[in-house]
Design a protein around this ligand. Structure first.
Ligand code: NAD
Length: 508
């Protein structure tokens, strides 16, 4: 297929999927070009929101909050139940939109929508379990209790690589908690956001939820600024690069707003001599090359015991040779395109820097398919052996590059694993229980996610997701994540008819 024919086919599939979801592509058209990474060509356009639109969305969400917070939580849960049903019904359609905009292979795009359905399930159950504890009072005739209340407006800023799932992680729980939401998706995946928002709007209309509780703004990072600075945004949940976190966090802190940061990772796996190497190989290859290295949890650093390193790297290189790189719309493809030219240039620069820092490219790193898709950026996932953890290894390059280092002792491996500024995901492959337990202990991995005999990517709803250090400290989609979207009040109720003071204080 020529580029033009392929692009036309994507457009036809996209418009049909949008129509089934209830979005007429022409009705959202505007000055913003939507490109597909598959061919690098334009497939649609969207309107854009300016700063005034963002402010208006915050105002509308703030007004809607006054009604929504009074709606009983299980009734709020009914909205999320219906949203989950609609997402199930349109799973294939939304996956088509995501794949067109982000270039994911079909099964990963479906997986992303499944994650939305899973968080809806969790949030619906949660709507009947916003528990507060009661505790014994030290004073007779008194009761102490905690109650949980919604926060207000929650701003959600999301990244391109999970264009819809991370929004759902936040929104399903925030709406159940009684908050209202204003969403600013990444610039490159606005149609996925429009489609997701349409399904939520449909659910809201069907269950009779008040207007205005969920707002979508198609603003760029500059016009999205009110989400950061406006004190009416009680919680800002922001997913993206460490650079973005550094830009916004001081402003939110200066107004004493709450912030939930899900920033870049630089994830490592340790492979020990006792590991099941067949299993480790599959875990490593999926985590390092899957989604073309564009997951926050992508495996970027492999720390292998020196006694098995050469043989294991040979096996990775052979396995990489069998990966089908190419058009994600073809069923056999496992590795699709990078999001854009900038990503490709960042990957090339990182490999050149790694070589300058003493690294040796074991395989990959080249651009492919440029003859077919001149503006599509497809790369061979690279494996680069490094003499040590040099400066390039400490950076997150959002492309498929796996740096391999060796170690002698487990303590040394853990020191390498923890020796980067980020702290998202980590793994150890071992059949030695002591090694596994040490890795999971306080002297082990310093990451928010620490796995045994499974790679660094592929989290499940229910387990808290997020990372330490420069990854930002946020936690989402875990069993107790709802608390991030609520405020806690402590209540002391006196039914004694007396007024004894705490700690035995006497006054009057
Ligand atoms: P990015 O930082 O370029 O953009 C992310 C979002 O932030 C976009 O919506 C963007 O418009 C917005 N943004 C950026 N600067 C802003 C500012 N100053 N004010 C307001 N909004 C601003 O990231 P990206 O390229 O879209 O995504 C890739 C990055 O996201 C990687 O670093 C990846 O690790 C990270 N990520 C982290 C997680 C996680 O859960 N930890 C999940 C997905 C992606």
């Amino acid at each position: 297929m020529t580029t033009q024919v392929e692009t036309q086919s994507i457009v036809a599939e996209l418009e049909a999927a949008l129509a089934r979801i209830g979005v007429n592509a022409a009705s959202v058209a505007g000055p913003n070009p939507v490109l597909t990474p598959v061919t690098g060509e334009q497939i649609a356009t969207t309107y854009v929101s300016n700063k005034a639109d963002v402010q208006a969305a915050i105002t509308a969400a703030d007004e809607a909050f006054r009604t929504w917070r009074e709606v009983p939580a299980p009734v709020r849960g009914a909205l999320i139940k219906r949203w989950g049903e609609l997402l199930t019904e349109h799973k294939e359609d939304l996956a088509i939109v995501v794949a067109a905009e982000v270039g994911k292979i079909h099964s990963e795009a479906l997986g992303e929508v499944q994650e939305m359905i899973d968080i809806c399930d969790l949030a619906v159950g949660q709507s009947r379990q916003l528990f507060g504890k009661t505790m014994p009072s030290e004073r007779p005739g008194h009761r102490l209790a905690e109650t949980w209340h919604p926060l207000g407006v929650v701003g959600v800023i999301s990244a391109f690589n999970f264009p819809v799932a991370v929004y759902a992680w936040n929104t399903a729980l925030a709406l159940v908690a009684g908050d209202t939401v204003v969403w600013k998706p990444a610039e490159s995946c606005r149609l996925s956001a429009v489609a997701t928002n349409a399904l939520l709007a449909k659910a809201a209309a069907e269950v009779g939820a008040p207007a205005g509780i969920h707002q979508l703004v198609l603003a760029d990072r500059h016009d999205g600024e009110p989400l950061v600075s406006d004190p009416r945004v009680a919680l800002l949940s922001a997913t993206g690069s460490v650079r973005m976190g550094r830009e916004i966090a001081p402003t939110v802190a200066a107004r004493f707003g709450r912030i939930l940061l899900e920033l870049g990772g630089n994830n490592a796996a340790i492979v020990t001599p006792s590991a099941d190497l067949d299993l480790a190989l599959r875990g490593v290859v999926f985590a390092a090359a899957g989604t073309a290295g564009q997951r926050c949890t992508t495996l970027r650093r492999l720390i292998v015991h020196e006694s098995i390193a050469d043989a294991f790297v040979d096996r990775i290189v052979k396995a990489y040779g069998t990966l089908t790189i190419g058009n994600p719309r073809e069923e056999a493809t496992l590795v699709g395109p990078l999001i854009n030219k900038n990503s490709f240039e960042a990957q090339q620069a990182a490999i050149a820097k790694a070589v300058a820092e003493g690294g040796t490219v074991a395989c990959g790193g080249n651009r492919v398919l440029s003859d077919k898709f001149e503006n599509g950026y497809y790369v061979e996932p690279a494996v680069v052996r490094m003499p040590s953890q040099t400066s390039v290894v400490e950076d997150e390059t959002f492309a498929p590059i796996l740096y391999v280092m060796t170690y002698k002792t487990l303590d040394e491996a853990i020191a390498i694993q923890n020796g980067v500024p980020q702290g998202l995901s980590s793994a150890i492959f071992t059949n030695d229980q002591m090694e596994a337990e040490i890795f999971l202990s306080a002297r082990g991995s310093d990451c928010g996610i620490a796995n045994v005999n499974i790679g660094t990517s592929g989290a499940e709803i229910g387990g808290a997701f997020g990372g330490e250090k420069e990854t930002g400290g946020g936690r989402e989609s875990g069993a107790d994540s709802w608390k991030a979207y609520m405020r806690q009040a402590t209540n002391t109720i006196n039914y004694s008819g007396q007024l004894p003071l705490a700690q035995g204080v006497k006054f009057l």
